[in-house]
Design a protein around this ligand. Structure first.
Ligand code: C2E
Ligand code: MG
Ligand code: MG
Ligand code: MG
Length: 285
């Protein structure tokens, strides 16, 4: 009997795996035509200046509406795109779109685009970034590239070289999800990043966990000493927001402030023309 159950479980496992492979395959096929079919779009999540409550940066977050399967999360389709080299054309598209959108915003607001580790190591990113800037006319200082710590996993010096090359064009670099991976003070020693985004897992615990508190405070302090800006990301409660302010984070981002929204809604919000939505934290209260 035990043997029979074991076999069933095995069959079930195989079936599950098969199903997952099928979905991955279907998504990969879909992604190949997603740009051309206009199925990809960018939503923007504002990042607020903690001192003035004004929008400082808007982070572009990719959205995909599959014609049959509906809305797919980037947490699912970005890894697939990365594994089949579709991430490059998708990112170049996002860069162009984001720069164009940013041209419709106030001069002081920057746009942030997420960049996969594989692209940093590839050959085409610097050229793609330059093209997006030139075509849109956006000032390089208004573009920020967000990269995660994992870019340094297999660093042979090339990663540093490309990041420096990008930065020489005048744009800004942000270290995303700081504290979740292979955080090393070495990145800060080399003066590559303009911004550190402290992962939301650290903000979660600030109410009760004194270790999370200590880490968040130390990172904020260290960054200030190094003249690097900080973003507290994933702020979900008023308590976390108050805490991020007290701790001295430069900027704050999270659902309690504003969720990612389409470009047209963002514009309305910036112009303060919507009835329920207001442009700043101040007005929100
Ligand atoms: P990320 O860059 O760290 O982006 C933050 C994610 O956290 C976003 O999820 C955002 O919607 C979510 N978030 C923001 N505030 C809160 C909050 O208060 N609470 C919670 N629970 N979540 C919050 P999203 O849009 O699903 O994106 C997930 C990840 O997918 C991103 O993480 C990023 O790594 C990746 N991604 C999204 N768009 C792109 C893209 O255009 N290119 C690349 N390479 N990756 C992207
Ligand atoms: Mg990001
Ligand atoms: Mg992040
Ligand atoms: Mg994150």
């Amino acid at each position: 009997r035990a043997k029979h159950e074991g076999r069933n479980r095995h069959a079930h496992f195989n079936w599950k795996m098969k199903e997952r492979q099928n979905r991955t395959y279907e998504l990969e096929m879909g992604l190949r035509t997603a740009i051309a079919n206009g199925e990809l779009m960018l939503h923007y999540q504002p990042i607020f200046d903690a001192a003035t409550d004004r929008i400082a940066i808007c982070e572009a977050l990719m959205r995909w509406e599959h014609p049959v399967l509906g809305r797919i999360s980037p947490a699912e389709f970005i890894p697939i795109a990365e594994s089949c080299s579709l991430i490059e054309p998708m990112t170049l598209w996002a860069l162009e779109q984001a720069c164009r959108d940013a041209m419709t915003w106030d001069e002081h607001i920057r746009v942030a685009v997420n960049i996969s580790p594989a692209l940093i190591r590839g050959d085409n990113l610097p050229r793609g970034v330059m093209a997006a800037l030139l075509q849109s006319g956006l000032k390089p200082r208004r573009l920020e590239l967000e990269v995660t710590e994992s870019i340094f996993l297999e660093d042979d010096g090339r990663t540093h070289m490309i990041l420096n090359e990008l930065r020489r064009t005048g744009l800004r670099l942000a270290l995303d999800d700081f504290g979740t991976g292979y955080s090393s003070l070495g990145y800060l020693r080399h003066n590559i990043f303009d911004t550190i985004k402290v992962d939301q897992s650290f903000m979660r615990g600030v109410g009760e966990n004194s270790r999370d508190r200590a880490i968040a405070q130390s990172v904020a302090y260290l960054a200030r000493q190094l003249d690097v800006e900080t973003v507290a990301e994933g702020i979900e409660t008023e308590e976390q927001l108050r805490y991020a302010r007290e701790t001295g984070f430069t900027n704050v981002q999270g659902f309690v402030l504003c969720k990612p929204i389409p470009a047209d809604q963002l514009l309305q919000r910036m112009r303060g023309t919507t009835v329920n939505e207001v442009p700043t934290l101040e007005g929100r209260r």
